[in-house]
Ligand binder design. Structure first.
Ligand code: ADP
Length: 451
């Protein structure tokens, strides 16, 4: 429920943000296209007007200066050539009276503003070009027009006004197509964005959902593990409180309570460790550690325990220092977990080997035992929290299934990895690989006792 709502929120926000970007982009694209096309048309219109104005001549007829439009393209011919894109061309005298025109029949006086204007052929505008239906233009029914009115001068003197116009079809038609394309394309793209948002929302929620489920599982497992010892404490305490009080029996009960509380305390300690040491270790806590010395120390400490179980514990480490960057106490805990497991799950007479080797970039530590081994079905889960391969046997040995999870968390926090190979009834090999510390000299690193 919570995840679906979050997924919906993600998809909605994704669609809204991407959709807004898309709509703004489409609007900008349309605006640019419209502006560019109109600018090109205006430039063409202006060029044509310049060429036409170039043909205007002043002649003197019977001592009177007159304007001669004979050499003006189009106006001089009095017809609009079929290949011209102009709708009409008109010449007005300096006092704005119509002198000559070609194309649509104009009003007798010039009342349009100087420069470029767009004339829309709505009912109100038909008055602007009353002869439009009978024009000589090659264009059929009249549409919006782009009109240019220019004063033509010789020096300071205004010779007259040239007015030309062309249909806006060449601008409007592609824009109409673009509008159609955008009005279909943008909603389709929005739909695709919404679907993608929903799918991406699902993908984004997946790891969160997984870790939430893991957390739930972890909480349930932890509560379950704590419930049994709590019930033990409670029942022992209740029986101990019953009358008549037998001092010996009471002492026995109290002893049991202490033992259970100790195991609970160990479990809570492990849980706290898992919670505190998740993720990468802070670099300030890391130091150069000689893994060989650390492993040897651990082997020496465990020797007595192995001997008491009639097990042989051997330790093989290189003579030179194997330096890794680590938190020694924490790393030692991971190796100790593997070593204690090897002792716990190996019967009397078995052998446990601790073998440290060095490769160009990595240190490899193997903890080998000739113990009970792990079933192939259990191997993929062995590092999971609270996982016990053989529950009865593990309980017997006092484990709750956190040792390997802690070991893996520690090794990964040191940027290493941990793996296992095992054959049932043959034994197991746990292997830790850690990156070697890059160093120039071969000085000895710190051991946990030095630090
Ligand atoms: P536990 O505290 O139960 O030992 P671990 O996380 O250390 O929990 O180990 C998980 C399970 O893996 C154990 O319950 C045991 O079944 C199995 N296991 C771990 N180490 C070995 C080993 N060396 N040989 C056989 N089984 C092992």
């Amino acid at each position: 429920m919570l995840f679906n709502r979050s997924r919906q929120n993600l998809a909605t926000w994704f669609t809204l943000s991407m959709g807004s970007i898309l709509v703004i982009f489409a609007a900008l694209l349309y605006w640019r296209e419209a502006r560019d096309r109109l600018q090109t048309l205006d430039a063409d219109l202006f060029n044509t007007a310049q060429i036409m104005a170039g043909g205007v001549e002043e002649i003197e007829y019977q001592s009177i200066q007159r304007i001669d439009l004979e050499s003006v393209p189009l106006l001089g011919d009095d017809t609009l050539a079929l290949d011209t894109y102009l709708r009409f061309a008109r010449w007005y005298t300096p006092d704005r009276q119509l002198l000559q025109f070609v194309g649509d029949i104009p009003a007798a006086t010039l009342d349009a503003p100087i420069g470029l204007v767009t004339l829309t052929n709505t009912a109100a505008d038909t008055a602007l070009f009353p002869g439009s239906q009978v024009g000589l233009s090659p264009i059929g029914s009249p549409q919006s027009l782009r009109q240019l009115t220019l004063p033509v001068r010789r020096g300071e003197e205004v010779l007259g006004f040239l007015q030309i116009a062309t249909s806006l079809d060449s601008v409007q038609e592609p824009l109409r197509e673009l509008r159609l394309f955008l009005s279909i394309g943008v909603p389709l793209a929005l739909g695709a964005i919404a679907c993608t948002g929903w799918i991406l929302g699902g993908v984004a929620m997946q790891p969160i959902r997984q870790s939430y489920q893991q957390l739930q599982q972890f909480t349930a497992d932890a509560s379950h593990e704590l419930r049994a010892p709590l019930a033990g404490i409670l029942s022992n305490a209740q029986v101990g409180l019953m009358e008549p009080v037998d001092p010996q029996e009471q002492s026995h009960r109290l002893q049991t309570i202490v033992e259970i509380a100790e195991s609970m305390s160990a479990l809570v300690g492990q849980l706290l460790f898992l919670a505190r040491h998740s993720g990468q270790l802070p670099p300030e806590g890391l130091q150069s550690v000689d893994l060989g010395a650390l492993v040897q120390q651990l082997a020496d400490k465990t020797q007595a325990q192995a001997a008491s179980r009639q097990q042989t514990l051997r330790c093989t480490v290189p003579k030179t220092a194997v330096l890794v960057f680590a938190e020694p106490q924490v790393l030692q805990m991971a190796i100790a977990n593997l070593l204690h497991n090897a002792c716990r799950y190996t019967p009397a007479g078995g052998t446990i080997d601790l073998i440290l080797t060095q490769q160009p970039t990595r240190a490899i530590l193997q903890v080998r035992d000739t113990g009970i081994g792990i079933d192939a079905a259990d191997l993929p889960h062995i590092f999971d929290r609270f996982y016990r391969a053989d529950t009865a046997r593990s309980r017997e040995t006092g484990g709750v299934g956190l040792g390997l999870a802690i070991a893996r968390q520690i090794v990964e926090a040191h940027q290493g990895n941990i793996s296992v190979r095992s054959q049932i009834h043959q034994g197991s090999v746990f292997e830790i690989q850690l990156p070697l510390r890059r160093q120039k000299g071969t000085h000895k690193g710190k051991t946990p006792q030095d630090s």
